[in-house]
Each structure stands twice: as C-alpha cells, then as structure tokens.
Design a protein around this ligand. Structure first.
Ligand SMILES: [Cu+2]
Length: 205
C-alpha cells in the first residue's frame, strides 16, 4: 500500500514537471543566453569583454557570468537572470542591475536601469518604478572567497533591444523615495545579448 502510494506520487511529480517544458516549446520555445569572462580595463580593443572601472573593488581578472533564461508558459512569460562572480574582495556587498545600453569606456555609457513600466520622470528615483519587481536587481554579497551568486525572476520580458548590460555598483540598492534604485558608483559592466523577444514567438509580449 505504502509503496503504491509513493509510486503514484512520483509519477504525479514527473507529470507536473513535464508539462511546462512541453508547453514552453509548443508556444515558441524557451531561450537561454550566456555572457561571461574576466574583467579588463576599458579599452577600444575589447568592447564586449567585462569592463572594470575600479580595479580595487572589481579587480582585473575577476570573473563574471550572466545567464538569462526566457521561458514561455500559458498566459504569460518568465525571465530569469542569474549573475555569478568570483575573484572579488571577500565579504563585501555590491549592487547590480540590468541597464538599457551596452557598456562603454565610461561608466555612464550603460544608461539607466531597465524598467518594465517606464517612469515618466528621469532620473527614476520613485519607488513605484525603481523597485526590484519593475527593474532587475541582482545585488550580492561576496563570501569569504570572493564569490557570489544572485538571481532574479520576473513574469515579464525585456522589450527588444532595450536591455543591454549588467552593471555592478559600489553598494546595495536603496529603496527609499528619492533614492530608490541608487547604488553608488558604477564599478564594472558586462554587455549581455539579452534575448530579443521578437525571437520568441507566440507569447503575446
Ligand atoms: Cu545600476
């Protein structure tokens, strides 16, 4: 009796897991994008490498990887963005977000934060818009060995071409009115070829 019960429970779990995968592919599939590398100082020769603007807080040679996974499901869409770093100073908190423009020679090149619903006011410091639901925040604290992982999930997708980089900031992201979304100086940047939503058919968004 007990064995039977276990077996059917296992079967039910398998069936549940199998359904979203099947549906995702039936409705245009899912996509995964990865960008990674070791930080270098900005130079015109390495426009797509991870760039550090502050080699004390984000050393040359430290590693970063960003994986975006976009999956379709009935009635919506999901975007997950996962950030992994190593080789940073230990036990230190950083802010990190998805920004709208590619990295450049200067920290400002990456533009403002990507927002699902755009704040009509610029710069956006209103917590109604500058929050971790409407933007992609990937704040992290390094462990004793200088490693960290952060992940964020949203039930929306990036507009085509409107999300282009992940920026690492000096400190954790503020949430109070007038300061929301602020995280200090831009220390480093990785240009990421986020999934172009027009590549993923049949999601309605
Ligand atoms: Cu930022």
């Amino acid at each position: 009796m007990r064995t039977l019960h276990k077996a059917s429970a296992a079967f039910a779990v398998t069936a549940l897991l199998a359904v979203p995968t099947t549906v995702a592919f039936a409705y245009g599939g899912s996509r995964t994008v990865k960008a990674e590398g070791r930080f270098v100082p900005p130079s015109p020769f390495h426009p797509s490498k991870p760039l550090t603007y502050d080699s004390k807080k984000v050393p040359v040679g430290a590693r970063i990887s960003v994986v975006e996974h976009v999956g379709g499901r009935v009635g919506g869409a999901t975007t997950s963005v996962r950030l992994q770093v190593s080789g940073l100073p230990p036990n230190r908190m950083y802010g990190a977000h998805v920004h709208t423009k590619p990295c450049g020679r200067t920290p400002d090149a990456s533009g403002p934060h990507y927002q699902n619903v755009k704040d009509p006011k610029k710069p956006s410091t209103d917590p109604a818009y500058a929050n971790s639901e409407n933007e992609v925040w990937l704040d992290f604290t390094t462990d004793a060995r200088g490693r960290a992982t952060a992940e964020s999930r949203h039930d929306w997708r990036f507009r085509p071409g409107a999300a282009r980089s992940v920026v690492i900031h000096e400190h954790g992201t503020a949430t109070k009115h007038g300061k929301a979304g602020m995280a200090g100086a831009r220390l480093a940047c990785l240009t990421v070829p986020f999934v172009n939503t027009t590549d993923v058919a049949g999601t309605g968004k």
